[in-house]
Design a protein around this ligand. Structure first.
Ligand code: SF4
Length: 378
């Protein structure tokens, strides 16, 4: 049914200017109350049929919770679903919320991977984004994570920031490489409606990076990071050999996962799959959990067609792409018979390649991935 577990912590010290994630500044007692609600929710779900292979605390800012609260939650998860001995257990951390002591305590609590929201090594961009930390705090958090015993550290970076040029982006990548993390996630900034950024930078703002420059930034990341020994294993993700994110790889391979907490999404492997999400306000979430009947929003039982489309547009995110024989094993039909015409078109456009029994995106296909994926959605 599921073999991965995600926990959403919807609190941040302050809302970043570009942020469209479900997160708010915590009100009185909410940080104390929330882990208890998560524990209650955990008890309301079936325990699963095997220990989970990965646990991921994301947000928001999960590093706002006390190490003792996180340790108790991991203990509760281990008791309820089991956590396999070699599980990847990740904590997302905002560099402005951690220090040497807290990172040691997170490590002692059982986390073996830290994902640091660095975003930029330039304080001017950090200020523009509304981040609560400086570049030096990110570097210090990275060193502290190493000192605390984290041998698997990921950092997030954002490109296409307002006014950013290719030279500045090159410098960001060089700073990241110099730190020697095991994993780097790279996102292009999108200005989401309803965020302060959407008012500051309307669609016609000259400060916004255009598509061509954004594509150059994507390609430069690919060039510099692969030169530095990283595998570009997913559209937005790079890892040193052996350090791909196990948890996120599970999403792209359609492993089942249970999401706990406000706005958390779940995908259960029953039939062709069931997707649903938790309420996206703390009030509704609290109501559901305390009444013993957590609401499931947008519950969707996937048809075979939905599952095949997902298999394609999730699997193609990965560098190894979709193996023709694996598709046939999964659905009892050849990929050619279902998507032959779409894949032939996409190969003709130079967006897909067929190699060694697998279909995968070209670099250009990664850049235009939304156009590619649209071809698999009926
Ligand atoms: S730290 Fe992340 S989740 Fe929190 S406000 Fe900033 S971007 Fe949003």
């Amino acid at each position: 049914m599921f073999n991965r577990l995600y926990v959403h912590v919807p609190f941040c010290v302050a809302k970043c200017q570009y942020c469209a994630f479900v997160s708010t500044e915590p009100q009185e007692n909410e940080l104390e109350e929330y882990p208890e609600l998560l524990m209650r929710e955990l008890q309301l779900h079936p325990s699963g049929d095997r220990p989970v292979a990965s646990v991921y605390f994301g947000g928001g800012t999960p590093s706002l919770l006390q190490p003792s609260q996180l340790a108790r939650l991991l203990g509760g998860i281990a008791e309820r679903t089991g956590i396999s001995a070699d599980a990847e257990i990740t904590l997302e951390a905002n560099p402005g919320t951690v220090d040497g002591l807290s990172l040691k305590a997170f490590r002692a609590a059982g986390f073996n991977r830290i994902s640091l929201g660095v975003q930029s090594f330039d304080d001017r961009f950090l200020e523009c984004l509304g981040r609560i930390h400086t570049a030096e705090q990110s570097r210090q958090a990275f060193r502290d994570a190493r000192d605390a015993g984290f041998s698997n550290v990921s950092i997030d970076l954002i490109h296409s920031l307002p006014g950013q040029n290719l030279h500045q982006w090159r410098s960001e990548l060089q700073h990241a490489i110099k730190l020697r993390p095991e994993h780097i996630s790279i996102y292009g900034l999108t200005v989401e409606e309803g965020t302060p950024f959407a008012c500051i930078y309307p669609a016609d703002s000259p400060e916004l990076v255009d598509e061509d420059l954004s594509a150059d930034m994507f390609e430069l990341a690919d060039e510099l990071l692969t030169e530095a020994g990283f595998e570009h294993y997913e559209i937005a993700n790079y890892a040193r050999p052996g350090y791909r994110s196990q948890h996120n790889s599970g999403y792209w391979k359609r492993d089942g996962y249970l999401g706990l907490g406000v706005a958390a999404h779940s995908f259960l492997r029953e039939g062709h799959g069931i997707r649903f999400s938790n309420p996206d306000t703390l009030k509704e979430y609290r109501q559901g959990v305390t009444s013993g009947h957590p609401a499931r929003f947008g519950e969707q039982r996937l048809t075979e067609g939905d599952a095949m489309a997902e298999y394609m547009f999730l699997g193609l995110r990965l560098a190894e792409g979709v193996t023709l024989s694996a598709f046939e094993r999964e659905f009892g039909r050849s990929l050619e018979s279902v998507y032959g015409s779409a894949t032939a078109d996409l190969i003709g456009l130079g967006l897909l390649i067929h190699n060694d029994g697998a279909l995968s995106l070209t670099l250009r296909g990664m850049l235009l991935s939304n156009q590619v994926f649209a071809r698999f959605i009926q």
